[in-house]
Write a protein that binds this ligand. Structure first.
Ligand code: ZN
Length: 896
């Protein structure tokens, strides 16, 4: 629905004085993208009455605003809101009645009509409204934990419009003053400290919170429920912040104790971030909240950071993976308090300024506080992961233009996060860490509590480093252009000097329809050996199709690594002899470069340059590394071979034997149970190896060992519940998956029953993975149906469905189930998650017919599901690339 206005032609003069009532009304239509600038919010006051026991809430939104020109209406956002009385008070306090009308229902655009032309100037607009608690984890939503209802918010990206009428666009940053009227039994928290409490009649009380610093709508947050509130250690004053800052944990009732580990690590993270930015933590308190159901992993609301429960609620029995993620994600969200919350992108095409920076900074802080977590390797693995997506023709750019609300939803992808972080890492290395930090500090200082774009950042970095347009263009070439550069290298001796010849093109996998001709400004850094066994590094900005680089001291027999420290966001393709020399010196390379080498093998296989035999030859070299990330770096390609390429018993035996030789002794050495005092990394390696050996290559001895734990875990203990703690928590997912596959229906039935009585989030995820993995069981259909059952939370649906598409049989069954149930599935998860739907139900497909049926099914739905067009294009392209790679394989290669 769309209201058009066609009175007088707009004068569009920006110099209209405040009381020039004769000026014309803008002649415009409902804005589906950015709102027009002639009406701007200055401050909000939200007074809401919230009772989690109800199904809706009500209240008022009072917005101080400025009309920059005379108008008889304004545009704003509101979705699924029932707005009643609307009034506008002018600066003389004359109150004008106005009317709220929905203008574009699907996009959540509305208009307020004044019934007359009002002059430019300042107004206070008050809208009384009510709204249902959202069922799809957006806006103000309701979930239950152990039978008790809770209300939580999630506004990013554009869900504040479900929560209150307003200008739901990140460039509009204003203070928000919130009051919550709640039943006396309920605890309420918000972005800022509570400043007043007023007892009301009939068991209600009104809590008022301090005005926030200027915030965009997507960062407004509050929560109401029977929360446990746990005091944490104060964050002591620092040279950047004169006062100690209070820290609290907010957990579902009875879970308060389990949020303490996360609280304990928080002050050190905040202090490390302050030291980097040279700016004190900018908000008045830190609350970390563990939400019983949540759409994403966590959300950086200033002062009230919300996390999915499994990240915040931990104890000695939590999976090592969750403990590790909890630290990383806490560091990520706290980095956002500066990147995103203090300085905000004006529009969603610059979302990377939030997410790439937080991802990159999270690694930096983690490396500083927990060097044993090897966040340096995490950053590289993340980049290698993003390169897979970045090889698609249908991929986004880091700064992808936004053409509709679907593009806002799909912007939260590996390109924005991991590629963005890798590009920052590359240019940090190019400029030097100190210079880079100087630029970042200047950028934050200049734009604090306001907005800034990519250009602002790049120019701050250029200024700090004294670099010219060549640097600016180089950085822009990665931000405004999709794809992974492939740098070809060949070393030759010329007049007694070692010269490395370079050329660049776009990396394209086998079967791609993309154009390889593309130019970036790539900071290429090469490490190479010189006589005497030492190594040197040489860097060059490669911004032409070809280039060369002298390697002083290198000889004809020198080895070189084309991506020193793996800091560059590019892949490489070495001359054959050069690669052979590098391979024989692999053990001398640092872990970072061994990961770059592994990526080169994966990439060469994806491009069709290397066959299965070459991958199987490279795998044992890497597998013997003592570093978990390196030892497991080729597992994705080995998994691909096991999944798509193994067609005969001989092939299966070859792959199984190789996997057994490479990894089983290691797993046996680690054992299947945790050992006292072992490192977290050992626990993670055990889990990765058990998962691969038991579920991907199906090694009988590993499955048997896990099954023993499964039998115990599925036994009922005295109070009739399963004894899930009998299994190693790090292996519980794999244990329940193997048990469900081996035992079939009886195990599936027991697990379904256990879902109703298990509230521990990590155990629930393991149960859902187990249920999803039981694709061959007669009860598999019942398991899939749970995705539509309230027993499974909305945020848990994807864990269940994803686990059920691991093998071909499961994919077929899932697809059939989806085509019959898609309407209910979309209804439950919400249309705005439609962008992820094609991958969720058809990811890992690998045939032309699967690609075709996917397109045929989703094409008619594209108008309904924002973002599904990109989701469909990417899933289809991945399917076709997989098909091409599969068809190219020589069945004999795996046996060589
Ligand atoms: Zn983030």
């Amino acid at each position: 629905m769309c209201t058009t206005r066609r009175f007088t032609l707009a004068a569009l003069a920006l110099s209209i004085s405040s009381f020039n009532a004769a000026a014309a009304t803008p002649n415009d239509t409902a804005p589906l993208g950015k709102l027009p600038r002639w009406a701007q919010p200055l401050a909000y006051q939200l007074d809401l009455r919230v009772d989690p026991q109800q199904s809706a809430y009500s209240g008022s939104a009072t917005i101080d605003l400025e009309l920059k020109q005379a108008a008889d209406h304004l545009w704003l956002h509101g979705q699924d809101l029932s707005v009643g009385k609307v009034s506008l008070a002018d600066s003389a306090n004359h109150v004008h009645a106005a009317q709220y009308k929905v203008a574009a229902k699907k996009e959540g655009v509305a208009t307020v009509e004044f019934g007359q032309t009002l002059p430019a100037g300042r107004y206070r607009m008050t809208l009384e409204y009510s709204a249902p608690f959202n069922q799809q984890l957006e806006g103000v939503y309701k979930v239950s934990s152990q039978g008790a209802p809770y209300v939580i918010t999630q506004m990013e990206a554009i869900s504040a419009r479900y929560a209150f009428p307003g200008f739901d666009e990140p460039s509009f940053k204003t203070p928000f003053t919130l009051s919550l009227t709640v039943p006396e039994s309920q605890v309420a928290v918000a972005n800022t400290r509570q400043v007043a409490e007023q007892k009301l009649d009939k068991g209600w009380r009104k809590l008022s919170f301090a005005a926030t610093k200027p915030l965009p709508t997507y960062l407004v947050a509050f929560a109401v429920g029977p929360w446990d509130v746990v005091g944490g250690p104060q964050i002591p004053a620092t040279q950047w912040r004169a006062h100690a800052t209070p820290l609290r944990g907010i957990a579902p009732h009875g879970e308060g104790e389990r949020i303490k580990p996360a609280l304990a690590q928080t002050p050190a993270i905040i202090t490390a971030l302050e030291d980097y930015f040279g700016l004190g933590y900018p908000f008045d308190k830190v609350d970390l909240l563990g939400a019983p159901d949540f759409a994403a992993g966590a959300m950086e609301n200033p002062g009230l950071v919300t996390f999915r429960d499994y990240l915040m609620l931990q104890d000695a029995n939590s999976p090592a993976q969750n403990v590790r993620s909890a630290f990383n994600i806490n560091a990520h969200e706290l980095a956002h308090q500066w990147f995103g919350d203090t300085v905000t992108m004006p529009w969603w095409d610059d979302l990377w300024l939030n997410e790439a920076f937080a991802t990159w900074m999270q690694a930096k802080i983690t490396q500083q506080l927990h060097p044993e977590y090897r966040a340096d390797l995490g950053l590289i693995s993340g980049a290698n992961y993003a390169m897979q997506s970045d090889s698609l023709v249908s991929v986004r750019k880091i700064r992808q233009p936004i053409t509709g609300n679907g593009d806002i939803g799909t912007a939260f992808d590996s390109i924005t996060y991991e590629k963005g972080a890798a590009v920052l890492n590359m240019f940090e290395r190019y400029l030097g860490a100190d210079t880079f930090r100087q630029g970042v500090r200047a950028y934050i200082k200049q734009h604090q509590f306001a907005s800034a774009t990519a250009d602002d950042l790049v120019s701050a970095l250029a200024k700090a480093s004294g670099k010219d347009q060549r640097f600016v263009k180089a950085m822009q070439s990665f931000l405004d252009q999709a794809g992974v550069p492939l740098v070809g290298t060949a070393l030759s001796m010329e007049n007694g000097k070692a010269v490395l010849h370079l050329k660049q093109q776009r990396y394209l996998p086998l079967g791609s329809s993309g154009d390889a001709q593309r130019l970036w400004g790539i900071p290429v850094c090469v490490r190479y050996s010189i006589a005497g066994g030492d190594a040197r590094t040489q860097c060059e900005l490669l911004d032409q199709a070809q280039g060369k680089m002298e390697l002083p001291g290198a000889t004809a027999g020198s080895w070189y690594m084309p991506n020193a420290d793996a800091a560059g966001y590019y892949r490489f393709d070495m001359a054959r002899d050069d690669l052979a020399r590098l391979t024989s010196n692999l053990a001398q390379l640092p872990d970072t470069e061994q990961l770059a080498y592994a990526d080169a093998v994966n990439a060469g296989f994806g491009r069709g340059d290397l066959d299965a035999a070459a991958v199987l030859a490279a795998a044992p070299r890497l597998a013997q590394s003592n570093t978990r990330e390196v030892a497991t770096a080729l597992i994705p390609t080995l998994r691909w071979l096991a999944k798509y390429e193994v067609r005969s018993d001989a092939q299966r035996n070859r792959l199984t034997d190789l996997a057994r030789t490479m990894y089983l002794p290691r797993l046996q050495q680690l054992g299947y149970q945790r050992r006292a005092g072992e490192s977290q990394d050992d626990a993670l390696l055990r889990a990765a190896l058990a998962q691969f050996l038991a579920l991907d290559v199906k090694l009988p001895e590993v499955r048997q060992a896990l099954l023993l734990q499964g039998d115990k875990a599925l036994e009922k203990n005295a109070d009739g519940k399963l004894d899930l703690a009998a299994a190693n928590p790090d292996l519980l997912r794999a244990v329940l998956s193997v048990a469900a596959q081996e035992q079939g229906t009886p195990a599936v039935d027991v697990l379904i029953k256990a879902l109703g009585s298990t509230s521990e989030p990590a155990q629930r995820m393991a149960i859902l993975s187990g249920l999803g993995a039981a694709t061959a069981s007669a009860s598999a259909q019942r398991a899939r149906n749970l995705a539509l059952d309230p027993l499974v939370k909305v945020g848990e649906m994807s864990t269940l469905l994803r686990a059920s598409r691991e093998d071909g049989e499961g994919r077929e069954a899932l697809w059939k189930w989806f085509t019959l149930n898609h309407e209910q599935l979309i209804k439950r998860s919400g249309e705005t998650s439609g962008g992820r739907l094609p991958d969720l139900v058809a990811g890992d497909s690998c045939s032309q017919s699967e690609a075709d049926r996917l397109s045929a099914f989703f094409q008619p739905l594209l108008g309904q599901l924002p973002g599904a067009d990109r989701g469909l294009a990417q899933t289809r392209e991945k399917t076709l690339l997989c098909t091409a790679l599969r068809e190219k394989q020589d069945p004999a290669a795996i046996l060589r």
